[in-house]
Design a protein around this ligand. Structure first.
Ligand SMILES: NC(=O)c1ccc[n+]([C@@H]2O[C@H](COP(=O)([O-])OP(=O)(O)OC[C@H]3O[C@@H](n4cnc5c(N)ncnc54)[C@H](OP(=O)(O)O)[C@@H]3O)[C@@H](O)[C@H]2O)c1
Length: 317
């Protein structure tokens, strides 16, 4: 009897794990093959609308990819000079129309009336909710500057939420559109010493998956992207230094272009992805662990990293 029960639980768990981790790659293969064999694929601008909104880092990668697919690109971030440079680079490379919007999401509520007016002027077909910040090194919550705590909340949680609130009504009227929410592999488990960042990303995943269900009946798609470590300015501190010094997380960072090639291919095919096959494997391994064990793994990893950073700081003083 015990044997039978164990077998049933084992088989059921294996089916759940397979479904959760192989649904995206299988759908990608099927939909890719379908497009290849049957053709007739609409361009992204035909399917969703002409304009895409995004920012730097992973967002810049998306902006280039979407421009290469014929979309007009609106870049949103704080640094006007950088925005202009990237907009010119995209226009020159892909021959598409670009525009910029200087916004500081850390300011919270006060910016959104203006943002709403500006966004209403454009037919936003694809919105990439990419803006995000992280604490630069593992740190205890009580030692974090209050400003950084507000930034994590206003930028990682506030921007994605309010931008969806602003973009969705027009998308509903047009009965088309795609929202891409960039979450993170950190959303898979609570992460000590990166507690607030991981919690903001758990919010993004939960929000995005629920939003997908709300929007589907209106012909609008919502994709949740949960990458592991990607080499951008956000993770520069993890990259090995020029003298080759590594830390516990200096595993091979995925280059932004490699991630975007995979994540770009997944657009209009799947509603959930890690954005890169290697992150898919990491996620599948973590998903094989029960929640309490996942937490133990993250605790061990980030406690080690916390000590490595405090050792480094001590050496510097
Ligand atoms: N890199 C990774 O390993 C990784 C892994 C998983 C998930 N993610 C997620 O991917 C997203 C993008 O990260 P990334 O690695 O591409 O970071 P990044 O290179 O630092 O880019 C972040 C972007 O956000 C903009 N930004 C930052 N603060 C802002 C503010 N207050 N107001 C307006 N714009 C602001 C930055 O532009 P300005 O500085 O000009 O404002 C920049 O365009 C984030 O949501 C992050 O959590 C990243």
């Amino acid at each position: 009897m015990l044997m039978l029960l164990t077998t049933i639980i084992g088989v059921y768990s294996a089916i759940c794990w397979l479904y959760e981790n192989f649904r995206t790659p299988v759908l990608l293969l099927l939909r890719g093959a379908q497009q290849l064999l049957l053709g007739g694929r609409q361009s992204l601008s035909e399917k969703y609308g002409p304009w895409a909104g995004s920012s730097d880092g992973i967002g810049k990668g998306y902006a280039h990819f979407l421009a290469s697919q014929g979309m007009k690109v609106l870049l949103i971030a704080r640094n006007e000079a950088k925005l202009k440079r990237v907009a010119e680079e995209i226009a020159a490379k892909h021959g598409t129309e670009t525009n910029i919007l200087v916004v500081d999401f850390s300011k919270g509520e006060e910016i959104y009336d203006h943002l709403e007016k500006e966004l209403r002027l454009l037919d936003i077909g694809i919105l990439v909710n990419n803006v995000g910040v992280i604490n630069e090194k593992p740190i205890q919550v009580e030692q974090m500057e209050k400003r950084l705590l507000w930034d994590l909340i206003n930028i990682n949680v506030g921007a994605a939420t309010l931008l969806c609130n602003i973009a969705v009504p027009a998308m509903k009227e047009r009965r088309r559109g795609l929202i891409i929410n960039i979450s993170s592999l950190s959303s898979l488990a609570p992460t000590p010493y990166l507690a607030v960042y991981a919690a903001t990303k758990a919010y993004v995943t939960s929000f995005s998956l629920a939003l997908r269900e709300e929007l589907a009946p209106h012909g609008i798609e919502c994709q949740t992207v949960s990458p592991g470590y990607v080499h951008t300015s956000m993770t520069e501190y993890l990259a090995p230094t020029t003298d080759g010094q590594k830390n516990s997380l200096s595993i091979r960072l995925v280059e932004t272009n490699d991630m975007i090639r995979y994540a770009g291919y997944s657009i209009a095919k799947v509603d959930k992805t890690t954005g890169h096959w290697s992150h898919g494997i990491q996620t599948a391994i973590l998903n094989a662990l029960p929640a309490s064990l996942k937490l133990r793994v993250f605790t061990k990893l980030y406690t080690k990293l916390l000590h490595e950073y405090s050792d480094k700081a001590k050496k510097r003083t």
